[in-house]
Structure formats: C-alpha cells, structure tokens
Design a protein around this ligand. Structure first.
Ligand code: KG4
Ligand code: ZN
Length: 356
C-alpha cells in the first residue's frame, strides 16, 4: 500500500482527538478536544472522561475529516490507542474504531499510547528518529529507554510509584493551582526562586553505579510528601502565600534535576547523544532547557511542540504508520487493555557489559 491515509483516534485519558495523516507524514486534519470538566475535581474522573469521549468523538472525527477534505471512504486504515489508559475511556475509542474499520473493510491498527508519544516529535522533525535515548514523561508513566531503531526498545528505568506528570498534578493541588498541574506549576515557578527552599532528589545519589537497581529508576511520591510537609510548615508560620512561587520553582527544579541527571546517565552509558522527549511533561520549558544544556553542542534534543506533546490523534496515526509498514494489523476481536504492555520493550541486562 503506497501513501496510506490513516485516521488516528486517541481517547485514553481526558483528550478526545482524531487526526488524518497522509502517507508522506502530513497532518491533513487534527482536532484535540480537552475535557475541561476535570478541572472542577482537580484530576481526571474516569467515568466523566468516558462519557465525554462518547459524546464528543463523532464530532471530533467529523471535524478532522472536514479539515482534511477527505471522507471516511478515503481511509486506508483506522488506528486507535488501545492502551494503556483508563479502561472506560479506551473502550469508547476502540469500539468506535473497530466498528468503522469493520464497516469500511479497512485494517485496524492498535497503538500503544506511550509508543505514540515516542513518535510525536517525528511529525514535525524528520530527524527525530532512532537511535535515541527516550524519556517519556506523562500523567501515568515515566520511562527511560534506549531506541536503537523504531520498534526496538531497551527499558533502562521507570517510576516505582507516581509518574512525573502525576507529581506535578498532586503538588499543584497543594499549591492551590488548577488541573492540569504541569502548566500551572511551570508558570508559577517562572516567577520564583528555586534556591529559597531545598527539596529532595529521590533516587539520586552521587555514588550510584549502573549496576544499581535505582540507577535509572524514578520515585516521585516522596518528593510530593516533602513538598506537602514544606507547605504545611509555611502555612503554620503564615508565609505560604508569599512563598508559593518559590516552592513551585524548588519542586520543578527537583523533578527536572532527577529527570535530566538520569537521562544524561543513559546518554553516557549508551554513547548516544541524541535524546527524545515525549509525553505531556515534555512540554516543560525548564526540562527542555536543562537537558539541552547538559547535552552540550554535540548533542541533539528532539521534542514535539506543546500541542503535539499532549495526547493527540496524530501521534497515534504516526505510530500506526510504522506498525502498518510492518504488516501489523489488529484482529477484529481486539479489546482495550488498560495495562497494554509496551511493544518490544525489553529490560536492560542487570549488569551491562559495554556500550549498546
Ligand atoms: O501525555 P499527557 O498529555 O497525558 C497522559 O498520557 O497522561 O500528559 C499529561 C501530563 C499531566 O500530568 C500534566 O500536568 C503534564 O502532562 N504537563 C506538564 C506540562 N504540560 C503538561 N508538566 C510539566 N510542565 C508542563 N508544561
Ligand atoms: Zn499521554
């Protein structure tokens, strides 16, 4: 099949999105509808997310098609995020995509949400391809991997508790900021002085060696607790209001320091100075500038624009393009899988013997 036209559907969390991607990688139509309702609750309410997808998906697809000037019958394949994510939310997209693919008699492609994020930067920059060290940071995942080629991934580290985005969202609540917390903390932190408060760098010790189990792993729940303790102390002494931006800056610095240090460890160990950031937290300006600075002029940093860093249908279509090229289509009885394992992600040997 040459130049296939793919419809990508994303409903794994709180963005309802659809995109039309041409075979040469051009986005012909793209709609991302964020669900504002969750801001009232300070986090995503799964049942409300699923209902909103159900209400909105049809219109979102129609608008993406309208932008592209194409019709459903022009499609060569339908791609959908089938996991990981919120099961009710995923089911809406998967059921819709299955029905449409079946009705059109076109292949259905199942996409892993985090592999979608990995492909997002390549929608805007053709150089954003392996080999690279990938740091995937979203609301549900924190993964550090090495990708020698597309579809071939070595897992170096992951979070042992909260994801990086989850930490931003929880600390935002402590600071009386709205959901999603990441952009709100970033904005507040840019007005603050991070050196006024010291917060821990979990799982970061100077004497860690690559053989250590925590050399690449992350942990953010202790940092959230430390921030909560700091906030409580400031409230007690009545200085919380004037210190809020400094706490935000100190928290953001701690997260960025841990993420950047471990990413650079991976750069050193693999000898690969190409780094790709993906997931909602990759929109963080401080994270991008810190990693870029530490990589130096010989390094390359790839990331998507903020719009394509968040959950979107275009990254789903782009990942599906790759899977389709390999002849990987989904069986008609496919279902959503909240814990869908990352395809071809293998854990690195406990004790690496050399450069990869
Ligand atoms: O990838 P994503 O859109 O959805 C998931 O797959 O979870 O990531 C959402 C996460 C949220 O936790 C949000 O607070 C965070 O990304 N985020 C940010 C920024 N923009 C979004 N975190 C830090 N800085 C940002 N600028
Ligand atoms: Zn995501």
């Amino acid at each position: 099949m040459s130049q296939p036209l793919i419809l990508g559907i994303e409903t794994s969390c709180d963005e309802t999105s659809a995109a039309l991607l041409d075979g040469d990688g051009t986005i012909l139509g793209h709609v991302i509808l964020s669900q504002d309702v969750h801001a009232i609750y300070g986090g995503v309410v799964p049942e409300l997310a699923a209902r909103a997808h159900l209400r909105q998906l049809e219109e979102v697809v129609d608008e993406a098609l309208r932008q592209s000037g194409r019709e459903l019958k022009d499609l060569d394949a339908v791609a959908v995020t089938s996991g990981p994510g919120l099961i009710g939310a995923l089911l809406v997209g998967v059921s819709w995509a299955k029905a449409v693919a079946y009705a059109l008699d076109k292949p259905l492609v199942s996409v892993h949400h985090m592999e979608g994020h990995l492909f997002a930067p390549s929608l805007e920059d053709p150089d954003a391809e392996p080999p690279f060290v990938g740091l995937l940071v979203s609301g549900g995942h924190t993964l550090l991997l090495h990708a020698p080629r597309w579809g071939d991934y070595v897992l170096l580290g992951e979070t042992r508790d909260d994801a990086a985005g989850e930490a931003f969202d929880k600390v935002a609540k402590l600071l009386d900021l709205s959901y999603p917390g990441g952009p709100a903390i970033q904005a507040l932190a840019e007005m603050g002085d991070s050196s006024r408060h010291t917060l821990p760098r979990p799982m970061l010790r100077g004497n860690q060696a690559p053989e250590d189990a925590d050399y690449y792993d992350f942990s953010f729940s202790g940092l959230k607790t430390a921030t909560a303790t700091l906030v409580a102390a400031l409230e007690e002494e009545g200085t919380f209001e004037e210190e809020r931006q400094h706490v935000a800056a100190a928290f953001q610095d701690a997260v960025v320091d841990v993420l950047a240090t471990k990413t650079l460890r991976a750069v050193e160990e693999t000898g690969c100075r190409r780094v790709l950031l993906g997931g909602g937290v990759s929109a963080n300006r401080r994270l991008k500038s810190e990693i870029e600075g530490r990589l130096g002029p010989e390094g390359r940093l790839f990331h998507a624009s903020p719009r394509l860093s968040m959950d979107n249908g275009a990254m789903v279509a782009r990942a599906a393009q790759f899977r389709l090229e390999k002849g990987e289509t989904a069986p008609p009885d496919i279902s959503a899988d909240a814990n869908f394992p990352f395809p071809n992600l293998v854990r690195r040997r406990p004790a690496p013997t050399g450069k990869s």
